[in-house]
Design a protein around this ligand. Structure first.
Ligand code: SF4
Length: 266
């Protein structure tokens, strides 16, 4: 199965039509994944199959490597459009996440002041005041909310610790609109767990029973934007299917009708 483990702490730049030139910052080890979710669609693979042996990069390593890369990009005349915290897991799990955000903003201001700083996070650490405050300082605070259905979350996002979606929504509201919601919509099935069980169960969250309550939560959170997407790369779990263009377009249009900008990636 060809899932991806990214170099650490800096990778790319990656050229994308949507983001432009994106330089990746990966706060997880270079040889595995660390995440508080274990999403069945994770492009890095499942946690149990990708346990790292290397330590997390230190704050100093991140800063030095980012500085060297930005200096090289300046010398080449190819400046990044965005510095994106992503990679092998959950960036806000790093014990020095807040300080690293401060370092990154300083380096951005020095070498590429036009570039945006984006963080892709599963939102499990936003109850921590330091994480909240750091995310308030970045340009794009992109937080995952795949559904508001606790059973679906357990089945698809598979939190590794305690997770209460209503508490997460309350913490999302506390960003006062300085938040971009990112939601995965997909179809397909998952084999039932347990030796005695046979058959499959649905992982489709494109139906009204999922979209309606999700949209109500989004309206309460009042994010600056919503980004919906579907499976793009190979997944570590068999049986998952992309949401259709039509399904994504319909969901996007409902978000826009609620007065919230929304993009769909197919
Ligand atoms: S939150 Fe992101 S990194 Fe973590 S398991 Fe899910 S998709 Fe993978």
């Amino acid at each position: 199965m060809s899932t991806i483990i990214y170099p650490s702490p800096i990778f790319g730049p990656v050229h994308s039509r949507r983001l432009g030139i994106s330089l990746g910052i990966n706060l997880m080890p270079a040889d595995g994944k660390v995440c508080t979710f274990n999403c069945i669609y994770c492009e890095c693979g499942l946690n149990e199959e990708r346990r790292p042996s290397l330590p997390l990069p230190t704050r100093e390593q991140v800063s030095e490597r980012l500085k060297a890369k930005l200096q090289a990009m300046v010398a080449e005349g190819q400046l990044p459009d965005v510095l994106t915290f992503a990679g092998n897991g959950e960036p806000t799990c790093h014990p020095h996440f807040a300080e690293i955000i401060g370092d990154t903003i300083r380096l951005r201001d020095l070498y590429c002041p036009q570039a945006k700083v984006s963080v892709l996070s599963n939102a499990t650490m936003i109850h921590r005041q330091t994480v909240h405050d750091a995310l308030m300082r970045v340009d794009n605070n992109i937080l995952k909310l795949d559904t508001v259905d606790p059973i679906y979350i357990k089945k698809v996002d598979c939190p590794t610790g305690s997770y209460d979606v209503n508490t997460i929504i309350e913490h999302m509201k506390a960003f006062n609109g300085h938040i971009i919601i990112q939601t995965m919509f997909m179809r397909g099935t998952l084999p039932l767990k347990g030796e005695s069980e046979r058959g499959t169960e649905s992982v489709d969250n494109t139906g009204e029973e999922f979209v309606g309550p999700w949209l109500e939560a989004v309206k309460e959170i009042r994010p600056q934007q919503v980004m919906i997407y579907t499976i793009d790369r190979e997944t570590p779990t068999q049986g998952l299917l992309k949401a259709t263009h039509e399904q994504l377009d319909q969901i996007r249009d409902r978000v826009i009708a609620a007065g919230i900008p929304c993009t769909a990636s197919y």
